[in-house]
Design a protein around this ligand. Structure first.
Ligand SMILES: Nc1ncnc2c1ncn2[C@@H]1O[C@H](COP(=O)(O)OP(=O)(O)O)[C@@H](O)[C@H]1O
Ligand SMILES: [Mg+2]
Length: 360
């Protein structure tokens, strides 16, 4: 929208206020000059003064109105629009700054842009917050209702049957554990999203981190009949990263590789050598699992998105793992890639910055 298209107002009070005193002063002065000097009779002097009054008044009014009215109206229009929360693109008029009024106009257009941008940003945050709270309550409901159901059944008499009693308590416990995983992941993601959790980036030995994580997951892997393979890692290879956060990324990716796998399958962790370039390496976690269809690929890093809800729940998933991974990787200024073929397997890769690019 052009500033000039804003509502027009014909009467200019400011021009009137400038014209009136000028016309009065000049005509009174002229009257006395003519009268006192005796150049004209009082009647003629009066008539001349009245005509002079009208001429001066009109001239000053018109000049002032021409100079100010349009711009004052524009200014009023912009401010009115701001107070009505209407933000237009004013094409950054006026380009040429002739006086203070142009400066104020330019500043008010800038103010309108800033308020508009800020409001859009706040609305986005607010929508995000609402959505997040909605998702959380939905996720909390399922295990809480399940626990409630088991306890109710026990209280209704099942508690006296030892077998049922133990089974139900175990099921209730599994749901309690789910709540614990969920609250832990929620705390983590909210700290990442609010920027409270800063990455403490240092030079770390990648091989140590990978081996640490793999060791902690070995027991689970055996339970699920999945083999974890670690490709050769150069012992002294160092990358710039937050040790704990990279561990968490690896835990989430390897756990997924096991959860969404088939018995007898494997998860492999290694470095793609062909991608070592520009001071970065590509660390991959590859599995022989169920894979992800193309249409779901871009959604798996969304909070609470799961391809198969019941499978994820059954395996203790919260739907937050990959969202956390993505946040951590982005906070490191690195990238996450996902490639997958349904029924064949999935490869998650992350870039990491080398501490000593020259040595590699
Ligand atoms: N390696 C994988 N193979 C197949 N599907 C996967 C893999 N990793 C993640 N997914 C899909 O992406 C979804 C989101 O993953 P994630 O955020 O870790 O949540 P979850 O808690 O369900 O594991 C999973 O529910 C699953 O459907
Ligand atoms: Mg997961």
């Amino acid at each position: 929208m052009k500033i000039s298209e804003l509502k027009k107002q014909n009467f200019s009070a400011i021009s009137y206020r400038a014209a009136l005193p000028s016309a009065v002063i000049i005509s009174v002065f002229a009257f006395f000059l003519l009268y006192i000097s005796g150049t004209a009779e009082p009647k003629k002097a009066l008539l001349f003064s009245v005509i002079l009054f009208l001429v001066v008044f009109l001239t000053v009014y018109l000049i002032s109105a021409h100079l100010h009215t349009r711009r004052f109206n524009n200014l009023q229009g912009i401010i009115k629009n701001i107070s009505k929360k209407k933000f237009r693109d004013y094409h950054k008029n006026p380009e040429e700054l002739k006086d203070e009024l142009d400066m104020i106009l330019k500043r008010s257009v800038r103010a309108s842009d800033t308020v508009s941008r800020e409001l859009t940003r706040l609305n986005k945050i607010e929508n995000y917050r609402k959505e997040f709270i909605g998702d959380i309550s939905h996720e909390l409901k399922t295990p809480i209702f399940a626990i409630q159901g088991f306890i109710e059944t026990l209280l209704n008499g099942a508690i006296h049957d030892k077998e049922v009693n133990e089974l139900f308590l175990k099921k209730a416990m599994r749901n309690v554990n789910r709540l614990i995983f969920l609250t832990n992941d929620l705390m983590e993601i909210s700290r990442l999203e609010t920027g409270e959790l800063k990455s403490n980036i240092k030079d770390i030995y990648l091989r140590d981190v990978v081996l640490d994580v793999v060791e902690s997951l070995q027991y689970k892997a055996q339970e699920e009949d999945i083999e974890i393979r670690v490709k050769d890692f150069e012992k002294n290879l160092q990358v710039k990263a937050d040790r704990n956060q990279i561990k968490q990324v690896l835990v989430n990716l390897i756990e997924n590789g096991m959860k969404y796998n088939k018995p007898g399958g494997y998860v492999e962790i290694g470095i793609s050598d062909y991608k070592i370039s520009q001071g970065r390496l590509l660390l991959y976690v590859k599995d022989t699992g169920i894979g992800i269809e193309k249409k779901d690929l871009y959604r798996v890093t969304e909070r609470f998105f799961r391809v198969d809800k019941s499978r994820s729940r059954e395996k203790g998933g919260t739907g937050l793992g990959l969202a956390i991974v993505k946040h951590i990787i982005e906070a490191h200024g690195e990238k996450l890639f996902i490639e997958s073929t349904p029924e064949i397997g999935t490869t998650f890769s992350i870039t990491l910055s080398l501490s000593n690019p020259v040595l590699v």
